[in-house]
Ligand binder design. Structure first.
Ligand SMILES: [Fe+2]
Length: 286
């Protein structure tokens, strides 16, 4: 599929972009324990974000379920294994599958993370941190451009939560993320919970982080809950977002208008009903 065709498709099938974010409110991360409820009752959810890596076997039962869900909902694809910051060359076998997934499911966008997770072909299940340096920025930009060229579409990359900083850090995190997007042409999936977690753990202003990212760079927003341990936060996705994250979300929405929000919950996942109740509560607060 040519880039122009992809753009045409995105524009045509993206009703969310026509709505105000407060009307559309919040979509949910698609989780296995909720499949039955979604397929049987078609609950009123604006969209789902699915983990691409769980659906790369196209003759699998799970993939057929995803196709069924696609018949009723707009979907966003979110990957965890692109490893775009790795020193390894791009994994074109993986990218080929992502491209095929894009063709078959037609998600509204393909996202992954601004991080690395592999070395020498060995993959970690973690989204690993990197120095906020000029050298690293150049490395990201070059690899993102190559991946986008192959996929024939813009990538959307998420800012990660991290628990280490490096002596070679040179650039504030918000500026780093914004620069990578500006220079590579990718868009940002802004995880406001990750901004909050890093801002507390590394003592910087979450508001200034958001101020440093231009509105036209942000394509999607993530919200999630984090766990407080002493004076630190762990990004465990095991609760509803706290009041600070909701405050940050409100600030983000004033700046990034008409941007879809995805609510992530991955530890002790509640029932679907409970997720809807939590989502409604958040919608009322923004
Ligand atoms: Fe996230």
């Amino acid at each position: 599929m040519q880039k122009s065709q992809v753009e045409e498709l995105l524009n045509k099938s993206n009703p969310l972009k026509e709505q105000k974010v407060r009307d559309q409110c919040i979509g949910l991360g698609l989780r296995r324990s909720h499949y039955d409820e979604i397929l049987k009752n078609k609950p009123p959810v604006s969209h789902f974000e699915f983990i691409s890596d769980n659906f790369l076997t196209f003759n699998s039962y799970d993939f057929s379920l995803l196709e069924k869900i696609r018949e009723s909902y707009p979907l966003y694809a979110h990957g965890v294994a692109l490893s775009i910051g790795s020193d390894d060359a791009l994994n074109f076998e993986y990218l080929k599958k992502i491209k095929e997934l894009y063709k078959r499911i037609e998600p509204l966008a393909i996202s992954d993370h601004l991080c690395w997770s592999s070395i020498g072909g060995h993959y970690s299940h973690d989204l690993l941190p990197f120095p906020l340096s000029k050298k690293m920025k150049k490395h990201f930009v070059e690899k993102i451009q190559k991946a986008q060229e192959f996929l024939q579409t813009n990538l959307v990359l998420e800012n990660i939560s991290t628990y280490v900083r490096f002596n070679s850090d040179e650039i504030p995190e918000g500026d780093f993320v914004a620069d990578v997007a500006k220079q590579s042409g990718c868009k940002i999936l802004l995880d406001v919970n990750n901004v909050f977690v890093n801002s507390v753990n590394f003592q910087f202003s979450a508001e200034e982080y958001i101020d440093s990212i231009d509105a036209n760079l942000v394509d999607q927003i993530h919200i999630a809950g984090a766990k407080k341990v002493d004076d630190f936060y762990i990004d465990d996705h095991g609760s509803a977002p706290n009041d600070d994250v909701i405050g940050l979300l409100r600030k983000a929405l004033n700046k990034y208008k008409n941007v879809p929000i995805h609510f992530e919950w991955d530890t002790n996942i509640p029932s679907f009903d409970q997720m809807l109740k939590e989502t409604k509560k958040i919608c009322q607060q923004i």
